[in-house]
Design a protein around this ligand. Structure first.
Ligand code: C5P
Length: 231
């Protein structure tokens, strides 16, 4: 049994993958299942926190399976813009913010009001114009209230020669988060699995933990790191 070390804290956790509409029936999404975010929310509630879970697309079966404690309030968000709005409003009272959602970096400019069809296309190829979305966590850091702890996540694909830890350090500094939890993802790793391995660094780039295990195990390690950084 874990200690009640988050009692009295309000936490906001984002989870799942955002979906950016192309037309009324299609979207650009990603492979995030929401598992890690759900585990973070459940762990925080069990450790005594009052939790707002801002859920982008989260696997429905997982959500039911998670049987989240009543201390978790769920707010649904579809797009990156909606998730940003929900997080900004949760942030007004939150002591801790954890951005575990996989947020789209680009959205479709000029969403089609009706379903795109081959008949309506001018030829055998069509072009979608994509524009950058706002970096939500960077905005939350800019507007952070006194004493608020902000945690970012980073899903990285290995293979460009830069070690995960170096990318984590760079991202922590660039975003200004108190803690950044980085994990490797790929076709066989990170998504749709119950296990994860993280390297957690602070804003100075110090490694504070390298948990591996179930997503619940690593969620507990993230909260341990939050407790440590706040003390
Ligand atoms: O730069 P990158 O997308 O890898 O950063 C990941 C972190 O930033 C995650 O915590 C994610 O939730 C957050 N993010 C965000 N707004 C975006 C894109 C990512 O807050 N538009």
């Amino acid at each position: 049994v874990r200690r009640h070390d988050l009692a009295g804290l309000r936490v906001a956790v984002s989870a799942g993958g955002t979906r950016e509409p192309i037309d009324p029936v299609r979207f650009i999404g990603n492979r995030s299942s929401g598992r890690q975010g759900l585990a973070l929310a459940a762990a925080a509630a069990e450790r005594g926190a009052e939790v707002v879970l801002v859920a982008a697309h989260v696997d429905r079966g997982l959500l039911a399976e998670a049987a989240l404690p009543t201390a978790v309030r769920i707010v649904a968000a579809g797009t990156a813009a909606e998730l940003g709005e929900a997080m900004r409003s949760a942030a007004v009272v939150a002591d801790v913010i954890v951005m575990a959602a996989a947020v789209a970096d680009y959205r479709v400019e000029g969403i089609a009001p009706r379903k795109l069809t081959k008949e309506s296309a001018a030829g055998p190829a069509i072009t979608l114009e994509l524009v950058e979305t706002d970096d939500i966590v960077a905005g939350l850091v800019r507007d952070r209230r006194e004493g608020q702890t902000i945690v970012g996540f980073a899903a990285e694909t290995p293979g460009d020669g830069e070690a995960l830890i170096d990318r984590a350090r760079r991202k922590a500094a660039r975003k200004g988060v108190d803690l950044l939890a980085a994990n490797e993802v790929g076709w066989e790793r990170g998504f749709e699995t119950d296990r994860n391995a993280l390297v957690i660094v602070d804003v100075e780039g110090r490694v504070v933990a390298e948990p591996r295990g179930t997503k619940r195990d690593v969620a507990e390690a993230v909260w341990d790191a939050v407790v440590a950084v706040r003390s």
